[in-house]
Write a protein that binds this ligand. Structure first.
Ligand code: ADP
Ligand code: MG
Length: 330
């Protein structure tokens, strides 16, 4: 039985000036014990999907099961199986850290939970803040408490919605060590993040959402293989000729070209020289998840491996992916 099953999940918001389709027939399963990444640009629908999973928002169509329990029909049972760390920092300002955790524990009917609460506090670097009032905590510390609250009933399925957005490196590392340990112990993890290097390092499989649709879904290793193997990166002071610029990713002075082999790299550098331009700080690196992500979002180079074959794929997304599969890297 999958840990999470999204079955044709749709969500339409009614706005003053019309309707917004935030999710359109999203279908995929996350297996027990997976460390699964859900990626997508702002507004793609990640938080909406997680809110429906957590029972905080109602799907317009389709259904979601957590270990076989329908999140609407069996709300209480499904909710107990889930630990959700929300994207927004929501907290009750009247309690201390340890009180907040005890209350949450009580909410799930878990008794004698002191040892686990202590372990959570220690593992998340909160031990010396146990008696601090929630109001006194910094944003990063509040984030740690939210993680502890989500885990207080030892849920088999852990969902983290951008848990590291705007938090310091130390918390990111503490958090990932702890979550990776829980995953090794058998907990399923669903993670959304903007830090693609985190997703690349942690997630065994990744789904990419765009405009409420799944546009890629594959093991992380397959996604990485679908990109060209290398990226040529350098700095330049003047503008590139259009023919070259069209093939590059340009961020300020930094220019990056996807390249499959040494010959392509030589060709790019030759073209730069012929254009009378001077490239500095030349570097060749392996393609990473960010390259794949940008390709997929641009409708390029999805590659056969990233087709979502599990569920019904809407026609339009399907043809985009099919087209892209034949294109290779532009
Ligand atoms: N409560 C809401 N009412 C109306 N529109 C919403 C609401 N929540 C989210 N949206 C819209 O739905 C889309 C998806 O949002 P969201 O799920 O937050 O995306 P993500 O988490 O991927 O950034 C966005 O266009 C957002 O503006
Ligand atoms: Mg979000």
């Amino acid at each position: 039985m999958p840990a999470i099953s999204f079955q044709s999940v749709s969500k339409t918001y009614s706005l003053a000036h019309g309707q917004l389709k935030a999710l359109d027939q999203v279908s995929f399963d996350i297996e027990d014990g997976e460390f699964f990444g859900l990626l997508g640009p702002n507004g793609a629908g990640k938080t909406t999907l997680i809110s429906i999973l957590a029972g905080l928002s109602r799907a317009t169509g389709g259904k979601v099961l957590v270990q076989g329990c329908d999140v609407q029909a069996d709300y209480a049972q499904a909710r107990r199986k889930l630990g959700v760390v929300p994207q927004e920092l929501v907290f009750d300002p009247f309690f201390s850290v340890v009180e907040a955790l005890r209350i949450q524990s009580g909410y799930f009917g878990v008794k004698n939970n002191g040892a686990w609460i202590d372990e959570l506090l220690a593992s998340l670097g909160l031990a010396d803040k146990a008696d601090a009032n929630m109001r006194q905590l910094s944003g990063g510390m509040k984030r740690r408490v939210l993680v502890a609250q989500a885990l207080v009933h030892k849920p088999p399925v852990i969902v983290l919605d951008e848990p590291t957005a705007g938090v310091d490196v130390e918390l990111r590392q503490t958090l990932w060590q702890f979550v990776a340990k829980l995953n090794k112990q058998g907990h399923t993890v669903l993670l959304t993040t903007h830090y693609l290097e985190e997703a690349e390092a942690l997630c065994g499989r990744i789904a990419m959402l765009q405009n409420g649709r799944v546009v890629a879904l594959a093991p992380t290793s397959e996604l990485l293989k679908s990109a060209s193997s290398n990226v040529l990166r350098f700095k330049i002071d003047s503008e590139l000729p259009k023919a070259l610029a069209d093939k590059a990713r340009i961020t300020g002075r930094i220019v990056q070209f996807p390249a499959h082999n040494a010959f392509e790299i030589e060709q790019y550098l030759g073209a730069i020289r012929e254009a009378g331009l001077h490239a500095e700080d030349i570097e060749i690196r392996k393609a990473d998840l960010e390259d794949v992500f940008l390709n997929v979002m641009a409708g390029k180079s999805a590659g056969a491996a990233v087709l979502n074959t599990d569920g019904p794929v809407p026609d339009e997304a399907d043809s985009t992916v099919r087209e892209a599969a034949g294109m290779g890297v532009a």
